[in-house]
Design a protein around this ligand. Structure first.
Ligand code: UD1
Length: 417
């Protein structure tokens, strides 16, 4: 059984380059299905979720291969609109292929993705929007079958600015008949990135990054080479790690633009942060100040994907902090593992009260999801003695090589197979 071993209480110092963004490349890889030709995606991270997306694209007839750090996708021979169940089970975000397949083949069959460790995660907004766009949606025995004589543009209002639903609607609209307007659209940087990619391939999308996105259908998208941005959550995780252990680190390949809310919190904790267009420098003296109130919110609010990592840092704060998790109700499941380090965390509904303790002690912990797993690594880096983390697979879904990166910053960490 593979595991990660950490000997904690070492300050992190040095420089690390940030990998390509998981949440940016997954929708872009889905979007390649709409491209009439070849897509070359530079700075594509080598993570499990990308490997799974490659397997899905191959299973539906596409040719996919690596050219160094670039992934090349040719969808000319796409021959089915059925997404194999095994991959939907492995990677919930494969539902992002629905919009793209509807645009390309006018049909899609996919297994209902169900919930996951971080929450129920329904897809009612996605399916409701498709229905408003002339798509018939049938659900039977856990299978969702969508068919259309042609996707038609419409005005779609989202009750909540869902990232995945916004992406799926954009993907379904790009080759649709007429204009689609998404109202209360998600504003995450990854939405902007998907639209940048699609526009560069010939789509007509306006307003990405705002609450109202308008898409005018076009006839086809052409071949394209595109470079993905760096992963803001991976960068945020390493910033949190330095905040927790103390030290001084430089992250390269990423600016602070999309990390403003997190950086504000890190500064309140007592960290010094400097940044330029493609670097962030953080310096921390160790035990952070507590944060009275953090509420996770859609972008530009505090990201839910950074909640667990910041909680780990606050476990050693010099006072009491409060977090309210507004996006995914199941994210506190990770707390039972964080407590094993000797942390004082009380959960009531969506609220977590974290009373900092002077030291944490290394222990055996089990990752059960991606960001929660990264949070356990941070706790291990802060703790006295040895920590063994099982199920590293969950972390590898989104981090190319977290042990390599943290070792480069001076951590005593290794993966044992
Ligand atoms: C994406 C990100 C994930 C991030 C999340 C929120 C990817 C691959 N994943 O997930 O890392 O944590 O955004 O920033 O980009 N909801 C519904 N019905 C729907 C859709 C969503 O009720 O049809 C709810 C969800 O249960 C959740 C909230 O809306 O409470 C936000 O979910 P959403 O923004 O859709 O997250 P994902 O796209 O799944």
């Amino acid at each position: 059984m593979a595991y990660i071993e950490i000997v904690g209480e070492k300050q992190l110092n040095g420089e690390v380059n940030i990998q390509g963004s998981k949440n940016a490349v997954l929708p872009v890889l889905a979007a390649t299905v709409l491209v009439n030709g070849i897509t070359k995606l530079n700075h594509c991270p080598r993570i499990l979720d990308v490997y799974n997306m490659i397997k899905i694209l191959e299973a539906i007839g596409c040719t996919v291969y690596w050219e160094k750090a670039s992934l090349v996708v040719n969808t000319a021979r796409l021959n089915t609109s059925t997404v194999p169940e095994v991959y939907v089970k492995m990677m919930r975000s494969s539902i992002i292929l629905m919009g793209a397949l509807l645009g390309r083949t006018h049909s899609v069959t996919i297994t209902y993705p169900g919930g996951c460790t971080i929450g129920a995660r329904p897809i009612d907004f996605h399916l409701g929007a498709f229905q408003d766009m002339n798509v018939s949606v049938e659900e039977e025995d856990g299978l969702i079958k969508c068919t259309t004589a042609g996707v038609k543009g419409n005005d779609i209002f989202l009750k909540f600015p869902s990232v995945g639903a916004t992406e799926n609607i954009i993907l379904a609209s790009v080759l649709a008949d007429g204009k689609t307007s998404i109202l209360n659209a998600a504003r995450e940087p990854e939405i902007l990135e998907l639209c940048k990619f699609l526009n560069a391939a010939g789509a007509k999308i306006f307003g990405a990054g705002s609450e109202r996105i308008e898409i005018e259908g076009v006839d086809y998208l052409h071949s394209i080479e595109y470079t993905a941005s760096s992963d803001r959550i991976v960068a945020g995780t390493y910033l949190a790690a330095v905040a927790g252990t103390g030290g001084e680190a430089v992250l390269t390949g990423i600016g602070s633009g999309c990390l403003q809310t997190l950086i504000k919190v890190l500064r309140e904790m007592g960290c010094s942060i400097l940044s330029g267009e493609d670097y962030i420098i953080i310096a921390s003296s160790g035990r952070p100040k507590p944060i009275p109130f953090i509420r996770t919110m859609p972008y530009p609010g505090f990201p839910t994907d950074m909640q667990s990592q910041i909680m780990s840092v606050l476990m050693m704060a010099t006072g009491t902090s409060k977090i309210v998790e507004e996006i995914f109700e199941g994210r506190y499941q990770n707390v039972k593992e964080q407590i094993k380090f000797g942390a004082d965390i009380r959960i009531e509904g969506r609220e977590a009260v974290i009373t900092g303790v002077p030291s944490l002690t290394g222990c055996e912990v089990y990752a059960s999801e991606l960001r929660g797993g990264a949070a356990l690594i941070i706790a291990g880096l802060m703790a006295k003695g040895k920590t063994t983390l099982y199920n590293p697979y969950f972390i590898e879904r989104g981090y190319e090589d977290i042990c390599r990166d943290l070792k480069q910053l001076g951590a005593d960490i290794r993966r044992v197979s």
